[in-house]
Each structure stands twice: as structure tokens, then as C-alpha cells.
Design a protein around this ligand. Structure first.
Ligand SMILES: [Zn+2]
Length: 383
């Protein structure tokens, strides 16, 4: 288990003036290449699941692969929900296994951005999960850039309680047309005013000097997507032109190509070689299990199936609840007969779970009076 708390990871980067790369994952090739790069250069890494990518593939399915990769990783990993539009997305992201979420309402009015971000922060913090928001607007190609201002940033962070801030200081998402005009003094002033890890979106196309200067001024997380996937796309086009050899052959060397670019970037960002320090100085991220065992005398299989379904429907909507596994004893002599394991993002979710109306109503209705031999216990997953 190599997951670490994202707030610890980014504060380590911020305090030591380097940046961790955050890579929105779109397929297994890219996931493997990013993990290979991070492990080869001993870099902490952030794997991203981006809400807008829902249009292209099944994010929930990919999330399983991302989590599996993080569990077997040799370097520290955090999983981040990128560009979430609001509270529903953030809850879903946590359900997918993310231990950091971004809420991006930067295209809305300042008031709306504050309201939406505040709501996400309140929910995520009860789950022990930090929040990144964006102020100003890092445009997608074609839109107009809106710079982050120091005064707005100061007020925004104070009002929302956000942990990290994505700033708009001259970059754009995707490919640059023309030369980027980076506003370093603006970034320096924002950093002096906020003193929290800052995030760079739209890093593709920046050169080494530019990246280093931005990182020296408070950027502790760099999102990188286009520079890596563009290299893969170029090679795919070349492979497609070369010969008609079938689907798998199309991907020849694509992983190595992405790995090379990710490695190059990790060295520039300064996160290469930091894995051991991060493991040593950052708290591990530990998912938790809330286990209930009980008997329900006089309940037949059909009734029990109904109760289980109702319970699963009620509990899965609670922020920080990731899954509910319901089991029945194989050996009928073993009491208690039923066992529910509620998988939680982390142990901090236990109290909000117990206080949640859906949990209270369900246990009151089905378990309080009728269940016997009831035991409850909380386990944290071993690191
Ligand atoms: Zn972005």
C-alpha cells in the first residue's frame, strides 16, 4: 500500500520547493508508463481521474486499475479527482478511491465559485480529504484567460478553507498557440499572500526554465496531460501508417514514449529522487472498514435480501462510503449469522457515517429492535 495523504505529500513538495506531477489517466498504457517513470526515478506521483473524461470512457472502471496500481506501487501515490463540477462529482470521486478532490467552478462568478467550493470543502474535510479549487480561469483553447488576483485569492482561500489553489498566471489547457506569457510577479505575490501549495494547470509547452521558475514561486503540483499524450498520439499515427498489423501492434513503443516524457518532466519538476523522504515524512492513507455482525431471528432469505438491498442503497450515498459487502455465514452454527463490511475512504468517515440520517434511519428501522448478538468494530487497512 503506497497511498499517502495528499495534503502531506503536497506540503512536503511545497516546503522543499519541488512539484509533484499529477497525471490524468485515460487508459492502461498511460497508467503503466506513468508508474514505470515514477518508480524508475523514485518520484512521488499523483494519479488523476478527470470528471470531463467521463465523456470518453468509463471512469469508474478505470478507477479500479488506478487504485490497484497505487496499491502495488514502490513510490508514494495519491489519487486525485480532477476538474470536478461540484458536490456530486466530489462524492463520486471519493467513492472511486480518490484521496484528494478538485472542484473547478472557475468559469462561474466569484460568488458561485465560493459557494460551490465551500460546499465541497465541508463534505471532503469530514472525510479527511483535501480540496483543490481554481480561481481565475485557465482557459481551454479558444476561451479567454482570466488572471488570478492576489486580493481575490486571499479572500477565496479564507472563505472556502480550500487546501490547494490552482492559479491562472498565463498558462492554457492543451496546446499553446504562440508563446506563453507567464506572470511571475503575480505568482510570487499570490504565494506570499497564501502560503499554501499552488497548482499549475496547462503546463504543456512550457520549457525547463519556465517550469523551474514557477516551482520556485510556490507551484507544488503540476498537471501534465497534453505533452505526454501528444507524443503517444504522434507515434500511434506513425504506427498506423507503417503497416496493417492489427490492433495490439498499433501500440508498439507507445508506453516507452510516454514513460520517457514523464521521466523527463519528473526530473525538471524536482520530484525525482524524493520517494523515500515522502514515505518517511508523510502519513499513509489508510482506508477503513466498519464491520457490523448481527443475527435477525425470524427473517427468511427473501426478507434478508430486501433489507440488504435497502441498506446498500441507503449507505452508498453517504460521503466517504465506498462499498457495502454483505455476507452470510457458511456455517449455520456460527453466530452471528450476518456480516456487513462497510468500506470507508478512511477512519475519519466513521463519525460522520454514524451521524448521517441515512445510517441512523436504516439501523433504527431494521437492526435496532430486531437484531441480536450485534457487534460493531472499525478496522483500518494495514499500510
Ligand atoms: Zn486542468
Amino acid at each position: 500500500m503506497a497511498l499517502v495523504k495528499m495534503q502531506d505529500m503536497l506540503h512536503h513538495a511545497y516546503n522543499n520547493k519541488y512539484a509533484v506531477g499529477s497525471f490524468d489517466i485515460v487508459n492502461l498504457d498511460q497508467l503503466q508508463s506513468i508508474m514505470n517513470a515514477a518508480e524508475a526515478c523514485r518520484a512521488p506521483v499523483i494519479l488523476g481521474l478527470s470528471e470531463p473524461h467521463t465523456d470518453y470512457f468509463d471512469l469508474a472502471l478505470l478507477a479500479n486499475a488506478v487504485e490497484a496500481a497505487s496499491r502495488r506501487s514502490e513510490v508514494p501515490v495519491a489519487i486525485h479527482y480532477d476538474h470536478g463540477s461540484g458536490i456530486e462529482g466530489a462524492v463520486r470521486g471519493i467513492n472511486y478511491g480518490c484521496n484528494g478532490v478538485m472542484v473547478d467552478a472557475s468559469h462561474r462568478s466569484l460568488e458561485e465559485n465560493i459557494t460551490i467550493t465551500k460546499e465541497v470543502v465541508a463534505m471532503a474535510h469530514t472525510c479527511g480529504i483535501p480540496v483543490e479549487a481554481e480561481l481565475g480561469y485557465v482557459p481551454d483553447s479558444g476561451d479567454e484567460l482570466v488572471f488570478t488576483t492576489v486580493d481575490e485569492a486571499r479572500g477565496f482561500v479564507r472563505l472556502t478553507g480550500v487546501d490547494f489553489l490552482a492559479v491562472s498566471i498565463g498558462t492554457v489547457h492543451g496546446r499553446f498557440s504562440g508563446k506563453p506569457q507567464l506572470d511571475y510577479p503575480r505568482l510570487r505575490h499570490i504565494n506570499e499572500a497564501l502560503q499554501i501549495p499552488l497548482v499549475l494547470h496547462g503546463s504543456s509547452g512550457l520549457n525547463e526554465d519556465q517550469l523551474r521558475r514557477l516551482i520556485a514561486n510556490g507551484i507544488a503540483k503540476v498537471n501534465a496531460f497534453t505533452s505526454i499524450t501528444d507524443r503517444a498520439a504522434k507515434l500511434l499515427r506513425k504506427n498506423a501508417r507503417a503497416k496493417d498489423e492489427g490492433y495490439l501492434k498499433l501500440f508498439t513503443d507507445v508506453r516507452a514514449e510516454m514513460e520517457e516524457e514523464a521521466t523527463r518532466l519528473m526530473r525538471i519538476w524536482g520530484c525525482a529522487g524524493r520517494a523515500a523522504e515522502v514515505f518517511e515524512q508523510c502519513d499513509p492513507w489508510q482506508p477503513a472498514i466498519y464491520e457490523i455482525r448481527f443475527n435477525l431471528p425470524g427473517t427468511d432469505a427473501e426478507e434478508m435480501a430486501l433489507i440488504t438491498r435497502r441498506g446498500q442503497q441507503a449507505l452508498i450515498q453517504i460521503p466517504g462510503v465506498r462499498a457495502i459487502k454483505a455476507g452470510e455465514s457458511i456455517n449455520s452454527n456460527t453466530a452471528p449469522r450476518y456480516c456487513w463490511q462497510i468500506q470507508l475512504a478512511c477512519a475519519e468517515v466513521v463519525e460522520p457515517l454514524k451521524q448521517h440520517p441515512a445510517f441512523i434511519n436504516f439501523t433504527r428501522r431494521y437492526l435496532n429492535d430486531d437484531a441480536t448478538d450485534r457487534t460493531m468494530a472499525v478496522y483500518k487497512e494495514q499500510a
